[in-house]
Write a new protein. Structure first.
Length: 246
């Protein structure tokens, strides 16, 4: 197809409104993918918490593995559709770095929060959880201690994720690597802050069960940690490698 014919086709597409409709459909599909992904992540991860509290057969290492493996599976399943954010802190950080369109941010955040609420509601109805079996995240010590842990663990998550998305990174093991980082983060921060790293993961259970203790920690911490992690990686990366390869 010649360039003139291609230009005419694009012009006709714009005049008919089909391009705009197609773009809106794609955005809606991505938001739906994020909602489904967030639902499955929160459901699986929090379900392991409930089962451990009610039956004691999951163990803490088991909870860590559930969170990490679920993230891994979902990245490979829908990462090519929506980017597999599942986290408002990730979406906002990528937008600040101009790696994600700002017009899609509200839909993504709404999808994350709604997915978490629906997953939490499902667990609440299935297990009839009590306050002692709360599957959300609350500080085990001081708010400041949990805040620092949330910042550090989310920093690590975004630092690694940005490195894996770099053009100069090695291989196609991003999903596995991110899943392993989540496992490590939950291991080190789980007993202290619950290792949320995700405002939506905390907000859903809090709303469903009406427990809001220290909730600001899980909003401020992940946003600060995510931004610092991404900015730090951008500070040390070496784009000169691209030029050397040409």
């Amino acid at each position: 197809m010649s360039s003139s014919n291609l230009a005419k086709l694009e012009e006709a597409c714009v005049e008919s409104g089909s391009c705009e409709s197609s773009g809106m459909l794609q955005i809606a599909q991505k938001a739906l993918a994020e909602l489904i992904g967030t639902y499955l992540l929160v459901f699986a991860g929090c379900c392991s918490v409930v089962l451990e509290k009610q039956h004691g057969n999951i163990t803490f290492p088991g909870i860590c593995l559930v969170w990490g493996f679920t993230v891994m599976f979902l990245i490979y399943t829908i990462g090519h559709i929506s980017g597999a954010h599942f986290n408002p802190a990730v979406t906002v950080t990528l937008t600040i770095l101009r790696k994600f369109p700002s017009n899609e941010v509200p839909l993504y955040i709404a999808a994350h929060v709604l997915g978490s609420i629906l997953a939490s509601l499902s667990l609440y109805l299935l297990f009839g959880t009590t306050e002692k079996e709360f599957f959300g995240t609350v500080p085990s010590g001081s708010n400041i201690q949990s805040l620092i842990f949330e910042i550090i663990t989310t920093f690590l998550l975004l630092f690694v994720a940005c490195g894996l998305s770099d053009k100069n990174a090695f291989g196609q093991l991003g999903g596995i690597s991110v899943g392993l980082v989540v496992i490590v983060d939950v291991f080190i921060a789980g007993p202290v802050s619950g290792a949320s790293m995700n405002p939506a993961r905390t907000i859903g259970p809090a709303i469903v069960m009406g427990i809001y203790k220290g909730i600001w920690v899980y909003i401020v911490g992940p946003f600060v940690g995510a931004l610092l992690g991404a900015l730090t990686y951008n500070l040390i990366k070496t784009p000169e490698k691209d030029k050397l390869k040409k």
